[in-house]
Design a protein around this ligand. Structure first.
Ligand SMILES: Nc1ncnc2c1ncn2[C@@H]1O[C@H](COP(=O)(O)OP(=O)(O)OP(=O)(O)O)[C@@H](O)[C@H]1O
Ligand SMILES: Nc1nc2c(c(=O)[nH]1)N=C(CO)CN2
Length: 296
């Protein structure tokens, strides 16, 4: 089941088609009524208010209507599954119901329908390589050494490759808790792991490095945040209790953006007012103290 709780639903799309086991059904045609449910996050579209970032329901209706009109199948099972396959290009998890209210049933009946439920094969998604941006921070113990160890541990993972590592930055603590300065760095990695598994690996490394988590935004032996997963239109927008992507507070943090600018000057970040160049957002965070202290 998809992690998304958002849905786009199209109900009662009535289209004439020529499907059926009997010749007269193929010849004369009848009405088919289609319901489509797309499980897909609308977070990005809600932030950008841009139709390009969501599924256009008018286009969805046209595409589904054409599948009904342009084919002839014996079974509504086949029709429903063809529509579901098309919809999987638009959403990770889909439900399609094909109703046949005029079906040749020699009894009084209200409706006959077939429901097809399909999800993208997560193993297929997992095999593709995705670029992700991570931010690492530490302010307890030998922070520089811990960060080195964490980068090495990430790179040792068989399904993670560190592509680029930023300089090390000394950064004033963000978040209002009185504590020592942090050391932070950014990484661009390539991974064949799905995002929740990449986070799980990162959290395993945090634990292995002796992480304690007493206070929100408090002192840390090691913190690894997943900031962005995928690039441009392939960027993953995800919102579960365990993982929110892009990281919802990244645009407020110079310690996240400065190392990122160093690695990818042209990157954009999704903010509550829409996508913005990270260089512009970083400029507005000029009051946050950060110093580049060591080249990669
Ligand atoms: N993009 C993300 N990267 C890392 N952790 C995340 C992300 N989204 C949600 N989480 C969840 O946030 C929880 C708390 O993470 P963590 O202790 O690193 O928070 P924090 O560093 O105190 O604050 P912040 O989340 O503001 O960086 C984790 O258990 C993790 O499951
Ligand atoms: N400068 C800086 N401030 C922080 C950081 C961090 O990595 N760098 N991490 C926090 C909690 O994870 C809280 N505050």
């Amino acid at each position: 089941m998809s992690a998304h709780r958002d849905r786009i639903e199209l109900r009662g799309l009535r289209v004439r088609g020529n499907h059926g086991v009997f010749d007269f059904e193929k010849r004369e045609g009848q009405d088919f009524v289609i319901d489509v449910t797309l499980h897909t996050s609308v977070t990005r579209a809600a932030a950008t208010d841009d139709i390009a970032d969501t599924v256009h329901y008018g286009e969805l209706a046209e595409d589904v209507a054409h599948i009904v009109e342009d084919n002839t199948f014996d079974l509504i099972e086949t029709l429903a599954s063809r529509i579901a396959e098309h919809c999987l290009d638009l959403a990770e998890h889909v439900e399609v119901v094909v109703h046949k209210p005029g079906a040749p049933i020699q009894r009084s009946f209200n409706d006959v329908s077939v429901t097809v439920v399909r999800s993208r094969d997560s193993t297929v998604i997992a095999e593709t390589e995705t670029e992700a941006y991570l931010n690492l921070g530490a302010n307890l113990g030998d922070a520089a050494d811990t960060l080195d160890q964490a980068v090495a541990a990430l790179d040792r993972h068989p399904r993670i490759t560190v592509l680029r590592r930023s300089s090390l930055y000394r950064t004033a603590p963000w978040g209002g808790v009185e504590q020592g300065d942090f050391l932070n760095l950014g990484l661009i990695v390539s991974t064949s792991l799905p995002a929740p598994e990449l986070l799980a690996v990162a959290q395993g490394i945090e634990v292995a490095c002796g992480r304690t988590r007493e206070l929100r935004w408090g002192p840390r032996t090691l913190d690894i945040d997943l900031i962005r997963f995928g690039v441009n239109h392939e960027e993953l927008v995800f919102d579960t209790e365990a993982l929110t992507l892009p990281h919802p507070r990244a645009h407020e943090r110079a310690f996240v953006l400065a190392p990122w600018v160093e690695l990818d000057e042209g990157a954009e970040i999704l903010t509550p007012t829409g996508p913005r160049p990270i260089t512009a957002v970083l400029t507005e965070l000029g009051d946050q103290e950060i110093t580049r202290i060591q080249a990669p």
